[in-house]
Design a protein around this ligand. Structure first.
Ligand SMILES: C[S@@+](CC[C@H](N)C(=O)[O-])C[C@H]1O[C@@H](n2cnc3c(N)ncnc32)[C@H](O)[C@@H]1O
Length: 240
C-alpha cells in the first residue's frame, strides 16, 4: 500500500474544501500566465484542487496513491489521472502550468529527489510555463513537533495526529483515525506520513537550474523565511 491509501477516504472530510488555495493558484495563473490552457498537478490526491480550477483548463494529475486517485476520479472526471511518482515520470507532453501544493513536495524525503522533481517539472513545461508550489518550512515542522497531538472530530469520526520532528530534518506525522461504527464501536486506521524540511535558500538554489522565481510569499504576503508557517513559490521555466 502507498502512503495515504488508508487515509484516502477520510482525507476530504478532514481537510475540507481548499477554496483559499484554489483562489491563490488561479490568481497567480491570471497574473503570470493568463494564456494558460493546461495544468498538471503533482501529488493531486483526491483531486480537490483540480476540480476547483474549473473547466477552463485541460487538467492532468499524478499521484502515487491508488486510493486517492479513485476519489479524484469521482471528484474530477474530466481530468487525466495517472498513477505515478513525481520524482520520475514521463507523460509525453508539455503543460503551461505545473502545481505541487499542500506540502506535497515535503513528502519526498530525499533532497536529491527534489532536484529530480524540479528537473521533471521543467521537462514537462513549455518555455515560460509556471511552476507553483508550496512547502512546510523547517520552522513550521519544528513548531508542529513541539505541539501536543491534534484531535479533530469530523463526520462522526475522530482523528488524532502527532508530528514527531526528533529526527530533524525528517518529520514523522503519526495519524490515527477512529472510524465510528453504527454499534458505537470504533475501527482504528493508522498511517505514518514522512515530510522532509529543507532550508528555503537550498530550495531557491536548486530551482535556479531551470527556473527564475517570479513570486514568493508566506501566509501573510511577505517573503518567506525558514520561520514562516508556509512558503509559496511561483517559478517560471527559462529557455534551455
Ligand atoms: C498532502 S496530500 C496533497 C493532495 C493535494 N495536492 C491537495 O492539495 O489536496 C499529498 C499527496 O501527494 C502524494 N504523493 C506523495 N509523494 C508522492 C510521490 N513521490 N509521487 C506522487 N505522489 C506523491 C500523496 O499520495 C498525496 O495524495
Amino acid at each position: 500500500m502507498a502512503q495515504y491509501d488508508s487515509f484516502a477516504r477520510f482525507y476530504d472530510g478532514v481537510n475540507g474544501e481548499p477554496a483559499d488555495r484554489i483562489s491563490q493558484i488561479l490568481a497567480y495563473i491570471d497574473e503570470y500566465r493568463p494564456s494558460a490552457h493546461s495544468v498538471l498537478e503533482l501529488g493531486c490526491g483526491t483531486g480537490a484542487i483540480l476540480a476547483g480550477l474549473g473547466s477552463g483548463f485541460s487538467l492532468t494529475g499524478i499521484d502515487l496513491s491508488r486510493a486517492m486517485l479513485e476519489v479524484a476520479r469521482r471528484r474530477c472526471p474530466s481530468a487525466r489521472l495517472v498513477e505515478g511518482d513525481i520524482t520520475s515520470f514521463d507523460l509525453g507532453e508539455s503543460f503551461d502550468v505545473a502545481i505541487c501544493v499542500y506540502d506535497t513536495l515535503n513528502h519526498v524525503t530525499d533532497f536529491a529527489l527534489w532536484r529530480a522533481v524540479f528537473a521533471n517539472v521543467a521537462a514537462h513545461l513549455v518555455e515560460g510555463g509556471l511552476f507553483i508550489f508550496d512547502l512546510n518550512t523547517l520552522g513550521r515542522l519544528r513548531d508542529l513537533g513541539d505541539m501536543a497531538p491534534w484531535v479533530y472530530d469530523f463526520d462522526g469520526h475522530t482523528l488524532i495526529m502527532d508530528v514527531d520532528f526528533a529526527d530533524e530534518p525528517l518529520s514523522r506525522w503519526n495519524i490515527r483515525v477512529f472510524e465510528h461504527q453504527r454499534d458505537e464501536n470504533f475501527v482504528q486506521h493508522a498511517e505514518t506520513i514522512l515530510e522532509l524540511g529543507v532550508a528555503l535558500d537550498e530550495v531557491r538554489d536548486a530551482l535556479s537550474a531551470d527556473f527564475t522565481l517570479v513570486a514568493q510569499s508566506d501566509t501573510l504576503g511577505a517573503t518567506p523565511t525558514d520561520h514562516s508557517v508556509r512558503a509559496l513559490f511561483v517559478a517560471r521555466r527559462v529557455a534551455r
